[in-house]
Write a protein of this length. Structure first.
Length: 552
């Protein structure tokens, strides 16, 4: 074990929302104006304790994170029916503003040396704040502020024309959607360094609490100074323009329903950022994709269907992921940077499902699926990383595939007993077995294949839901488990990092108030509180075993 940490987090969150909707209806036309404002305030304090072999001591890290987010959206939409065949036209024009600020992130680490300090033997020696005497780095004692502003405008138009084909009811639908997005982001990083190493009293100053070290009273000749360590890559600006048109036809032939269509998307992206040394990255990309889709549904009985679907989709990287911006991830001990050369992923999806709806609110289904990815996006570890400090980024792999089976069930428990409890109690669950593989034939030094980053070999979700209609009291018990998965892809000489499986149970109690116009909820998350375990394989097995290199 190189790193072994346990942490506690105290979080205070508030969420305020405002809603204002207006609608006008006349004849076969309806026009609505929908507006929302959402404000989130999140204040979190994390304390992490553990052992760090490379630092030869016990470690105690503190981080204080304040997040403020504002989302404003406004949408004007219309829905119209006209003509003898009831042609339908709907449209919308929308605007959204997203603001995210971290006004004062503060981070500081302490170490209690195994070798003791000032004649005090371990473990009676003090924890000392790790404030550098020379240049500061992004993972040292620091303060961080950032502001993100994003504006998005868009419009859409959809037309539906009913018609008959082979005496069956059909609909032809076509339309357009466009969205323009512009974003700017900037961050400032201030590192703490010792003001004057010649007169610095480490025993007195380094043993101060985080609040005292961050206090303005200790900024000066006898304490610390703030050094601006903001890099050229701590800001970026970006814009994207998506234009798409589609056509689809929805046809019914007896027990068979067919939905066939295609979508054409034009996507233009521009991301302006700089590397740490000031080199310019344009992050410009232009894509034109044709995305066909087919959905077939055959009704075996009134309650049983067979479904077959095939489609092409794309997965685009986030704007931050294609910028050169880099930030330090406190939880993962890593510096995360974007990749201006990152491409979008092209995906082919095939699904076959058997489903039964035995009663209202009940379902049972079994499905098989296959997905093929071209230029799949993965999170990777860059050369230059070590166990304590990792450099993470994003990259494309030439191709990857996943396939598997899934089962889903939702069943009311009134068959157990005819009483108030079981009549309002529902069991639900779904589970999947998944096999994934990445083509490594073009990767230098790679042997064999490996799973797709982030993809588990299995997942299980289940729960119980109770809703009392008269008292409006409800509760949910949720269980989740995912199989071990690759958290970060390594490189030759640095093994992939896996996240081990863990069981999670969440509980929610709810009560509706004011004639169902308000709701009070109590949430208890991760009741089992099992450790998150990250490891590197040393024995060739992908699941965790005692000989693996634990890194958290």
């Amino acid at each position: 074990v190189v790193l072994d940490y346990k942490g506690n987090q105290n979080r205070f969150s508030t969420n305020m929302g405002l809603l204002a909707n207006l609608a006008y209806v006349k004849g076969n036309s309806k026009i609505a104006w929908k507006n929302t404002v959402n404000r989130v305030f999140d204040d979190a304090t994390t304390v992490r304790n553990g052992i760090n072999i490379q630092k030869q001591g016990d470690v105690r890290d503190y981080i204080y994170v304040l997040n403020e987010k504002t989302l404003i959206s406004s949408q004007l939409e219309g829905d119209h029916k006209f003509g003898e065949k009831e042609y339908r036209l709907n449209w919308n024009a929308n605007y959204a503003y997203n603001n995210s600020e971290q006004p004062d992130l503060r981070a500081l680490g302490y170490v209690r040396s195994f070798s003791g300090y000032n004649g005090q033997a371990y473990p009676n020696n003090p924890y000392l704040a790790q404030v550098p005497r020379g240049a500061s780095a992004s993972n040292d004692a620091r303060r961080f502020t950032s502001i993100l502003n994003e504006h998005s405008t868009g419009a859409a138009l959809n037309i539906t024309r009913p018609y008959e084909l082979f005496s069956g009811k059909s609909n032809l639908k076509f339309g357009y959607m466009g969205q323009y997005k512009i974003r700017d982001f900037g961050a400032t990083v201030l590192g703490y360094v010792v003001s004057n190493p010649n007169i610095y009293d480490e025993a007195a100053m380094a043993s101060l609490s985080p609040d005292e070290i961050f206090s303005p009273e200790n900024i000066g000749n006898n304490g610390f100074v703030l050094s601006d360590i903001t890099n050229a890559n701590d800001k970026y600006d970006a814009n994207s323009f998506l234009n798409s048109g589609y056509v689809m036809t929805d046809n019914t032939f007896g027990k068979l329903r067919s939905v066939l269509g295609a979508r054409v998307e034009s996507y233009i992206q521009n991301v302006g950022s700089r590397g740490k040394s000031g080199e310019v990255y344009s992050g410009k990309a232009t894509y034109l994709d044709v995305l066909p889709s087919l959905n077939l549904t055959y009704a075996l009985t009134d309650i049983t269907n067979l479904r077959l679907s095939a489609s092409r989709t794309v997965s685009r990287p986030e704007l931050r992921e294609v910028s050169a911006f880099s930030y330090y991830d406190f939880v993962a001990f890593s510096s995360v940077s974007g990749n201006p050369d990152l491409k979008r992923s092209q995906n082919t999806n095939l699904d076959f499902k058997y489903e039964v709806y035995p009663a209202s609110g009940e379902t049972f289904s079994v499905s098989l699926f296959y997905k093929d990815f071209r230029n799949a996006i993965e999170q990777i570890i860059l050369p230059g990383s070590n166990i304590e400090y990792r450099l993470r980024s994003f990259s494309n792999v030439t191709s990857a595939q996943t396939y598997g089976a899934e089962i889903e069930v939702r069943k009311k428990l009134s068959f157990i007993a005819d009483n108030n409890l079981f009549n309002n109690l529902t069991f639900f669950a779904n589970g999947a077995l998944i096999n994934s593989s990445v083509d490594l034939s073009g990767v230098e030094g790679a042997v064999g294949d490996r799973p797709l980053q982030g993809q588990s070999p299995y997942l299980i979700n289940s729960g119980l839901q109770y809703v009392e209609p008269n008292s409006s009291i409800g509760f949910n018990v949720l269980y989740n488990r995912i199989g071990h998965r690759i958290s970060d892809v390594g490189f030759v000489g640095y093994t992939d990092i896996y996240e081990n499986s863990r069981d999670v149970i969440d509980l929610q109690l709810s009560k509706r108030l004011l004639n169902n116009r308000a709701e009070l909820k109590l949430n208890v998350s991760d009741i089992l509180n099992q450790n998150s375990l990250f490891y590197q394989n040393t024995d060739g097995k992908r699941s965790y075993s005692a000989g693996d290199n634990v890194i958290n």
